[in-house]
Design a protein around this ligand. Structure first.
Ligand code: SAH
Length: 214
């Protein structure tokens, strides 16, 4: 069932070359992506599309993000091997698996029960196990495990949730796509208890980060 063949690996290498051509420069991110079998995160119906640089439908009306977007957000996180990272929007688990492959301790929150259950079973099977997947509301973050070295939001946020800013370490990074459609990729670095330095990186498209629907 969970097969990763030389043919998959070949297509994956081609995809990684394309990401580099599109401007991803962090070699650790590119190298780690070479080892993540993206086709296994998708419905087998779409397997042939797994190594195109495109987002694709997963369960519960959600999507697995475009590989360029995953690489771009991960690059902005500047992951170090011991980092404690919170992800909002587990979805297929692809982004989560990449962070695990980079050596981080990952906590990831998903509000769709179906996806939470599916991904919770799947990730250990491919040997990329996060610290913990949580079924819950990402707007609240994860106060019990805070503070984090970084927080990544993989759904379009209508605004920057205050709780997430408060759960960053000093020097910590929040990468979040903000706005309706499209979203503006935004990086906030916590430079002091109450100070955040903000940088923006252009337009991206995500499924919405939903509120009050648990
Ligand atoms: N990181 C995922 C991308 C999934 S799309 C991947 O690599 O596949 C975004 C995900 O965010 C969806 O699964 C959606 O259900 C989830 N989501 C939306 N609003 C949320 C919220 N308030 N809290 C947690 N997850 C949320």
């Amino acid at each position: 069932m969970l097969k990763d063949t030389p043919k998959h690996q070949g297509k994956r290498n081609q995809l990684i070359d394309i990401l580099a051509q599109k401007g991803i420069t962090d070699t650790k991110v590119l190298e780690a992506m070479k080892h993540i079998p993206r086709h296994l995160f998708m419905d087998s119906t779409f397997e042939d599309h797994a190594y195109q640089d495109k987002a694709f439908p997963i369960a519960a009306g959600q999507t697995i993000s475009q590989p360029f977007t995953v690489a771009f957000q991960t690059q902005l996180l500047e992951v170090k091997p011991t980092d404690k990272i919170l992800e909002i929007g587990t979805g297929s688990g692809y982004q989560c698996a990449l962070l695990v492959a980079l050596g981080a301790k990952v906590f990831s929150i998903e509000r769709q029960l179906e996806l939470f259950k599916k991904t919770n079973l799947f990730l250990p099977k491919i040997g990329l196990k996060p610290k913990k997947l949580i079924f819950g509301d990402g707007y609240k973050g994860l106060p019990d495990e805070a503070p984090f070295d970084s927080i990544i939001v993989t759904a379009g946020a209508p605004f920057i949730p205050k709780a997430l800013l408060g759960q960053l370490k000093i020097g910590g990074r929040l990468v979040i796509p903000v706005g309706d459609d499209p979203q503006i990729m935004t990086l906030l670095v916590r430079t002091d208890t109450k100070k955040f330095e903000k940088t923006t990186f252009g337009e991206f498209r995500f499924v919405p980060m939903l509120q009050n629907k648990n």
